[in-house]
Structures are given as C-alpha cells and as structure tokens.
Ligand binder design. Structure first.
Ligand code: NAP
Length: 378
C-alpha cells in the first residue's frame, strides 16, 4: 500500500506561461508505477523515485481552477495508485492565491517586466470599474491601464484592494491628459497637476506609486511636449512612477522628447492598432527608438463595435482552436506589439488573456496584415 506525505502545492508555469497546480505526494515504487501509467489522463509526472516526492502537474486548459474533468481524472488515478482520494482531493483545490493564465511578458527599455496583455478600463463609473478589476485579477490579468479620461481610477484602486493581491504583482499604469497646454510652462504645470491627481485617486486603494505613467496625447508643439515631459521626469525622479510612457505620439513627436539625449526614453507608446486598422510602420518606428507599441482599441475592427469577424480570422481560429478575436489579438503580438483590451464579460477576459499558447506563422501574419476583407460572418 502506498503512503502519502502531506501534499505540498506550488505554482509552476507551463510552456505558455500558464500557472499549473502541482501536487506532490510520496508514494511507494509500485504505486508510483501505477500513477505513472495513469498520469497521461490529466497531467505529467515530473519526477519519481523510491519513496521520494513525486510531482504531478495538471495544466488547466481554460486557465480557471483545475477543470472538473482533470479533477475526476486525478481522483481516479489516485484511487488506482492506492492512496487516499480524500487526501488528494483536498490538495487539489486551487489555493486562494493561485492565479491562472497570466500571459507573456517582455522587458521594457528600463528592464521592467511588462505583461503583453493589459486590461484598459474604459469604464465610466467606479462601482463597475471595481467589479471588473476584481474579475480581471481573478482571471489572471496583471497589467492595468486606468485612464484619467474615464475617471475610474478610484474604482480601479478599490478593486485592487478588494482583490487582496500583493500590489507588487501588478503593473499599474496611470495617465495624464495635458495636451491643451499652449506653451512649455503651461504644459509643465498641467502635467504636474495631472500626475498628482492620479496618485490621489490611486491612494484610495492603498496604491502609493504606479509602474507606468502615460502621457495621453502630445501637446501641440515640441516646446510644449518638452514641458509635459519635464513634469514626467520629476515624477520618475521622485519615485512616484517606475517608468514613463506616451500615447498617440507620432515618430516626430517622440523625437521632440528624444532630441534631448539626457531625456528618459518612453517605454511604451499606446496607439490605435488592430486588424484592418493600423499603421504598418508603427512597430518598427517605435522599436528603433527603444519603445514598445501597446495597441488601444485592439478589437476595433473585430469586437462588439466593429461586429466584423473576418473570414481569415475565423479560418485560422479553427486551425488553432481559438476564436477570431483571439487570432486578432495574437496577430498584434506576432507583429511585435502588445495590447490593452476591454471587456465586461468574464469569458471574454479569459479569451483575451489566453492567446499566448499558440503562434501564427509568418505567412499567416502577412495574410491578416494585408486582408481587405470586411463583411460579416456568423
Ligand atoms: N490612448 C487612447 O487614446 C485610447 C483611446 C481609446 C481607447 N483606449 C484604451 O484602449 C482600451 C481598449 O479599447 P476599447 O474599449 O476600444 O476596446 P477593445 O478591446 O478594442 O474592444 C472592446 C470591445 O470588444 C469586445 N470584446 C472584448 N473581448 C472580446 C472577446 N474575447 N470576444 C468578443 N468581443 C470581445 C467588448 O465587448 P464585451 O464587453 O461584450 O466583451 C467591447 O465591446 C480602453 O480600455 C482604453 O483604455 C485608449
């Protein structure tokens, strides 16, 4: 008869960055062989030796808690292996802090890790912003864009607090709008005020700094842009943000900042970028300046607003077992950009994050980039 040790649990990422639940039990050699034989049902055996810990990992297919199917398979395997189903069942429950799919990250020009999928709150009331933030965190989103324009930063901050997540696990981006300034000094003052407003709003949820502050729209002249950037540099120097970003900046507007060789290089430029609606030079123009493109309205052509699901997305979705929307998001990643999407539905949060376990070929990326299809498909 096998003996079980106290099961230990840990999260380990699989190939695609998904979190998996690991169950470790100590079994005798005979039971281990049986368990090995059964393990293909639900996961894979990492290590087996006489009386030593055996680690068995299950990759939840949906990113949710271990699926019901995997759970019952695990229990059957446990029964066959001869150790107490009850003990394994207890150990199989998703621990409270375990999070599912989180998606890939990249390294920004200042070394910070940046999750490629972000939830951008285009929500105009705090209660909904709070609820959706909690949902997004529970699903696995770790990158958030809380826009000052939508005035939802308090709701977002409350959502973070209510989720109980460690603040350090999140990449939080705030934003400042000061593009109406007419000169350097006005741009500096407006932007400075905007930075302070962000921190006041985020403090409601105990957030004392942001990982990124985004300048949402350039001011009308190079001189004014430099005024905006001066306030941003001060925020960085004061430790109120860990990085600086921009939105809707053309290459020429970026160069207004970069002409000063001592200036901090923006990490991210948030731009309109979606299938059928993108500037084909955007990623390269930003990349050569050390800047990552983050798509805003990444589903403009294919989500609810567009109601257009292009046949090429549907065809490739069938090939990879993904929805047309997931293919559209993957196309963004495979062209070298990242995205900030928005949804009110839990299943769409899951879909939007679950695009890091497949990759389009070069030809497929090209087909999507050059498609002229519009039209509706069911
Ligand atoms: N910097 C700027 O100037 C700027 C401008 C505009 C927007 N933004 C930012 O970009 C973010 C995203 O923009 P957006 O709101 O236009 O969003 P989007 O992500 O392009 O599209 C959102 C729409 O797509 C639907 N959707 C999301 N996931 C889906 C899925 N898996 N399947 C089917 N439909 C799905 C949503 O409907 P459901 O709710 O039904 O899922 C929603 O109607 C915003 O949150 C905002 O912060 C920035």
């Amino acid at each position: 008869m096998s003996q079980t040790s106290r099961p230990s649990r840990s999260r380990r990422p699989n190939r695609s960055g998904m979190a998996a639940l690991r169950v470790t039990v100590t079994v005798t050699a005979g039971a281990a062989a049986l368990l090995l034989g059964s393990a293909h049902w639900a996961g894979r055996v990492d290590r087996v030796s006489h009386g030593a810990p055996l680690a068995w990992s299950v990759m939840p297919p949906t990113g949710d808690a271990v699926s019901a199917l995997s759970r019952s398979q695990a229990l059957r395997a446990a029964g066959l292996a001869g150790f107490s189903s009850a003990a394994l069942a207890t150990s199989w429950v998703q621990p409270a802090d375990a999070s599912p799919v989180r998606g890939d990250t990249l390294k920004l020009n200042n070394g910070l890790a940046f999750p490629k999928a972000s939830f951008g709150l285009q929500i105009y009331d705090d209660a909904t912003a709070q609820k959706l933030t909690e949902t997004a965190i529970s699903v696995g989103f770790r990158n958030f864009f809380a826009s000052v324009l939508a005035n939802n930063q308090r709701g977002f901050a409350k959502g973070v607090a209510a989720s109980g997540i460690d603040r350090k696990e999140l990449f939080i981006c705030g934003s400042v709008v000061s593009n109406r300034a007419r000169n350097f000094e006005e741009a500096y003052q407006f932007t400075k005020r905007g930075c302070e407003e962000n921190l006041r709003a985020f403090a409601v949820g105990g957030i004392t700094y942001v990982d990124q502050m985004m300048l949402d729209y350039p001011a009308g002249s190079c001189e004014s842009i430099r005024g905006q950037w001066k306030a941003f540099e001060e925020m960085l120097a004061a430790g109120q943000t860990k990085s600086l970003a921009v939105s809707n900046f053309s290459p020429e507007e970026l160069d207004c900042i970069l002409a000063d060789k001592t200036a901090t290089v923006p990490t991210v430029n948030q731009l309109p970028y979606s299938v059928g609606k993108f500037d084909s030079k955007a990623v390269e123009e930003n990349r050569k300046r050390g800047i990552v493109v983050q798509a805003w309205s990444p589903l403009a052509s294919v989500g609810k607003f567009g109601q257009r699901k292009m046949a090429v997305l549907k065809e490739l979705g069938e090939k990879y077992g993904k929805s047309p929307v997931q293919v559209a998001l993957r196309w963004i990643v495979d062209t070298g950009a990242t995205f900030s999407t928005q949804t009110r539905k839990k299943e769409h949060f899951e879909e939007d994050l679950n695009v890091f376990d497949f990759q389009l070929t070069k030809d497929e990326v090209e087909r999507i980039s050059t498609t002229t299809e519009g039209g509706f498909i069911s």
